[in-house]
Design a protein around this ligand. Sequence first.
Ligand SMILES: Cc1cc2nc3c(=O)[nH]c(=O)nc-3n(C[C@H](O)[C@H](O)[C@H](O)COP(=O)(O)OP(=O)(O)OC[C@H]3O[C@@H](n4cnc5c(N)ncnc54)[C@H](O)[C@@H]3O)c2cc1C
Length: 408
Amino acid sequence: MVGEQRVLIAGGGPVGLLCAWLLGRRGLPVRLFDANLTPQPDPRAATTHPATLDLLAADGLAGDMARVGLVAPIFQFWDRPSGEKIAEFDHNVLKDDTNHPFVVQCEQFKTAKLLLERLRKLPSVEVLFGHEVVEVEQTDDLVTVEVCGADGVKRHSGAYLIGADGGRSIVRKQSDIAFEGFTWPERFIVLTTPFDFETAHGICFRSYFADPDEWCNCFKVSADGPPGLWRTVYPANPDLSEEQLMSDTAVQARMQKFFPACRPYEIVHRNLYVTHQRVAETFRKGRVLLAGDSAHVNNPIGGMGLNGGIQDAANLADKLAAVLLDKAPESLLDLYSLQRRTVATEFVQEQSIANKKRLEARDPETRRRNLDELRDMAADQTRARQFLLRTSMIASQQRVAAMTLTEA
Ligand SMILES: Cc1cc2nc3c(=O)[nH]c(=O)nc-3n(C[C@H](O)[C@H](O)[C@H](O)COP(=O)(O)OP(=O)(O)OC[C@H]3O[C@@H](n4cnc5c(N)ncnc54)[C@H](O)[C@@H]3O)c2cc1C
C-alpha cells in the first residue's frame, strides 16, 4: 500500500519541500532527495505575493513568514534620471480580494527552514539531503529513480515523481521534456548593503527604478533581524567579464550612479545570475510531474518565479492527494499541467518580460508613455486595483480556478 501511494520528490528547494509538506500533512508517504548536503543558504527569492500567502495560511505558515521577514504593503516606481517618484501602489486596495493585502519579504532559505521544521513532525515524510537523482525511468505502474548518496547508488520506486530540482532539472531532461524559451544576453547583478535607503532617500521596501541606461530594483529584507539589508539588482553589460563586473571599483561606481553618497557603500554580498525565460512543453509526462523552476523560469523583476512554484505545489498536492487517496481520475494531473502551464506562459512570462521592458525602455516617447501610465494608474483606485490584481498574482489564480480540461 505504501509503495503504491509513495510520492518521490527530486529537489529540496522551497518548492520540493512545500510539496512534501502538503502531501505529508494528508498522511501520504513521501521520499524527498536533494543533491546538497544541507538546504541552500541562497538569498534569491524574497517577495511573496498576496495570492501565494493565501495558499500558505494553513498551520500559520504565512504568519511565520511575516514574523521572520518584512511586511511590505507598498511598492514604488521611480525615474532614475530625473530622481522623481513616479507612482506608489498600496496593496490595501486589495483588502476585499485577499486575506493578505500586502507582500511579505521572506528570503527563500527562511521559507525552506520553516518548512523543514514542519516536515520533521510528519512521520510519513523522509527528507534525504546528500542524495542526487541521476536516472529516471517509468512504466505504466510505477516510476523509479536511481539516487547517488554516501552509501552508493540505490533505486527507489513510487507512484509518482515530482521534479522540483530547479532550472537544470535532471527529471525534466531524462523525461525528454523540452524547455522552450530563451536566455537574456545580460546577466543580473545583485549587490546587498546595510545602507538604509528608506531613511536616506525615502525609498520603500520594494522599489523599481526605470533608466534608459541601466534599470535597478531595490528591496529590503530582514536578514538576521533589525536593521536588515537592502538588495539592489541591475543588468550587467554582456561584454564585460565577471571580474570586471564584480570589482570593488565597478560595484561602487554602480551604486554611486543610482544612489550618490559621500562614502563608499559597505557591500555584504555580490551575486551574478544568468536569467532565462523558459517554460516546459508539458508539466506532466505519465508518472512524472514538474513543479517550480524545473517547469518554468523567468527574470526576477516583479518577483514571480518562486511564487509560481509555490502555486504549482499547492495545485499539484491537491490533485495528487485526490488521485491517491480518493481514487479521482488521473486526468486531474493533466488539468494540473494545463492550468499551471497556461498561467506560466500567458501570465508570468508575459508580465515579467513586460516589467523588464518598462524599466529598460530607451525611446523617450515610450518612456514618457510608460511613466504616464504608471502615474495615472496609481491615481485611479479602480485601475490601481486591476493592476495590483495582476502583479500580486490574484488574477492568474482566478484564471486557474476557471480552467477545465475542455480547454486542452
Ligand atoms: C536574483 C533573484 C531574485 C529572485 N527573487 C524572487 C522573488 O523575489 N520572488 C520569487 O517568487 N522568485 C524570485 N526568484 C526566483 C526563485 O529564486 C526561484 O523561482 C526558486 O528558487 C525556485 O525554487 P525551486 O524549489 O523550484 O528550485 P531551487 O530553489 O533551484 O531548488 C532546487 C533544488 O533541487 C536540488 N537538486 C538539483 N538537482 C538535483 C538532483 N539531480 N537530485 C536531487 N536534488 C537536486 C538543488 O540542490 C536545490 O536544492 C529570484 C531569482 C533570482 C535569481
